[in-house]
Design a protein around this ligand. Structure first.
Ligand code: CA
Length: 236
């Protein structure tokens, strides 16, 4: 049974989220402020965290950033719960290392779809059977993607990838040379597509590029195909 930590200070939303998750058979633990949320995440190491942005004490973005730097809790998928439909919150959340976000008001159906997609995707060390894993290691030039370790090595050095960054890079690398639209990537990698999510792909692609050293002038492994989407460089 997956354990989910919900950090949300609005009582009715916390209850709504908890109710729907518990009804689906998830174990839910919760807290209403950011500081204790961070502590609980570190102590309980849940399978997923649902994190509100506006919180007393430490806000959700700070929690996310702290979490991301934690060696033990850093790999836990985080879904941001944003009160505003503002692009800023979404993007900031993704910048801080969140995997996905949900904008309030949301339907229980959307909540469960996103939670289940994240849990299904993230299963390091026990993932083989699932999807697209013909070889456990994928090597392309200086890049090595190791399914068993759920790790990315570039020029021999292990790079710190979030679960969704890992999935996105692996998917593109496994389908080298093929162009995907943002919508297709959301469906293939995130597991669903909701209108307005496309920006999510851009932010994660940018993070991957940074981690693969594109700021140092190295040729892009993930190419932008203008007006269409992204593809992994065909020959490298
Ligand atoms: Ca709040």
């Amino acid at each position: 049974m997956s354990k989910i930590l919900v950090i949300e200070d609005e009582k009715n939303i916390l209850e709504l989220v908890s109710f729907n998750l518990e009804r689906e058979g998830f174990q839910v633990i919760s807290t209403m402020d950011g500081t204790s949320g961070l502590e609980m995440a570190r102590e309980e190491l849940p399978d997923l965290i649902i994190l509100d942005v506006m919180l007393p004490g430490m806000n959700g973005l700070e929690v996310c950033r702290e979490l991301h730097q934690d060696p033990a809790a850093g790999n836990i998928p985080v879904v941001i719960l944003s009160a505003r439909a503002e692009e800023l919150d979404k993007v900031l959340g993704l910048e801080m290392g969140a995997d996905d976000y949900i904008v309030k008001p949301f339907s229980p159906r959307e909540l469960l779809a996103r939670v289940k997609a994240r849990l299904r995707r993230y299963s390091p060390g026990e993932s083989p059977g699932e999807k697209n894993t013909p070889g456990k290691k994928l090597k392309i030039g200086q890049l090595e993607i190791d399914d068993d370790k759920y790790a990315v090595f570039y020029k021999g050095i292990r790079q710190d990838f979030t679960p969704i960054e890992f999935e996105l890079l692996r998917f593109l690398a496994q389908n080298r040379g093929k162009v995907y639209t943002r919508e297709q990537l959301l469906e293939q990698v995130w597991g669903y597509y909701y209108p307005g999510d496309s920006r999510t792909v851009d932010v994660h692609v940018r993070h991957i590029r940074q981690k693969l050293g594109s700021e140092t002038g190295v040729t892009e492994l993930i190419e932008t195909v203008r007006g269409v989407g992204y593809r992994f460089k065909e020959d490298s």
